[in-house]
Write a protein that binds this ligand. Structure first.
Ligand SMILES: Cc1ncc(C[n+]2csc(CCOP(=O)(O)OP(=O)(O)O)c2C)c(N)n1
Ligand code: SF4
Length: 274
């Protein structure tokens, strides 16, 4: 039995990649291109939109259509692309800084509109590329380059935010659970409406080093021990969930996406049959 490699979506001669050893971004890219292959995506129909940062460098490796945008604004560009040509598969790759810190406003409204986009978010709990400053998803009390005695702010839960704001599909994965991650990415790509795959991802160079997980293996060990399958996580009493997080599909609903709603309203305005 042969397995998808996804190589047809990668530029030739660009490997080895730029990410640090043990970083989760390359694992995400591998799962994404394998998902493209298994879903039979054509390069010409696929657009990958990136923000800025280590995660944002992913488009350098791809031969799909790609658009490298500005920090925090990737979803705004992707919205425009999808509104202009709804037939395209539009995938947005962002860090936690891009998606919910500087880009929080765009994230809320892309989810609320239920734009037919797939947002894949590398949540490494800090601004990786600029040296490990705290972001909106840094845990309270964690040490970063800008919170050397502990983070005074509370941590934003990206998946919970996506659910609350109206995303049709939400899943959480990690590079340790890579097989399940690919399954969730494929489900997200296949789903109509706004889909989010949040990936708890190691940044051993900054977040790990500052928080007693300097070795890449220590971060993977943490993901392995703390990430529970969603059914198991939900079966725990709320008080027993501390220190654990759910991995897998969290939300799957069927609200009409923005383009469908827009078309209904356009037809109504023109007195056409909806
Ligand atoms: C408007 C703007 N503000 C700040 C920056 C500087 N900057 C570049 S990358 C980055 C952090 C990226 O962090 P994140 O989105 O979490 O991605 P990661 O590098 O961790 O993958 C920042 C603050 C910028 N390029 N543009
Ligand atoms: S700095 Fe962190 S996020 Fe950036 S490549 Fe290195 S490990 Fe990955």
């Amino acid at each position: 039995m042969s397995h998808a490699t996804g190589l047809q979506y990668l530029k030739k001669g660009v490997l080895p990649h730029m990410w640090c050893s043990g970083c989760g971004v390359g694992v995400m890219l591998g799962a994404l291109v394998r998902s493209f292959e298994e879903l039979g995506y054509e390069r010409k129909d696929t657009v990958v939109v990136t923000g800025i940062g280590c995660t944002g460098k992913t488009d350098d490796y791809l031969v799909t259509n790609a658009l490298h945008t500005t920090h925090g604004r990737a979803l705004a560009y992707a919205t425009g692309i999808k509104a202009f040509n709804p037939k395209l598969h539009v995938v947005v790759l962002m860090g936690d800084g891009d998606s919910v810190t500087i880009g929080g406003n765009h994230f809320l409204h892309a989810a609320r509109r239920n734009m037919d986009l797939t947002a894949i978010i590398i949540n490494n709990f800090n601004f990786g590329m600029t040296g490990g400053q705290f972001s909106g998803t840094t845990p309270a009390d964690a040490i970063t380059q800008t919170s050397i005695y502990g983070n005074a702010e509370r941590q934003l839960d990206i998946s919970a935010l996506a659910e609350l704001a109206g995303a049709n599909y939400v899943a959480r994965g990690t590079p340790y659970h890579v097989w399940e991650l690919k399954t969730n990415i494929k489900e997200a790509l296949s789903k109509k409406g706004f889909s989010v795959v949040e990936i708890y991802s190691p940044c051993p160079t900054h977040f790990g080093k500052n928080n007693k997980m300097k070795e890449a293996t220590a971060m993977l060990q943490w993901l392995k021990e703390s990430g529970l399958p969603v059914e198991k996580y939900n079966s725990l009493e709320k008080s027993a969930r501390k220190g654990f997080f759910a991995v897998g599909k969290l939300v799957d609903r069927e609200e009409p996406d923005f383009n469908t709603r827009y078309e209904e309203i356009r037809r109504r305005a023109m007195n056409l049959k909806v």
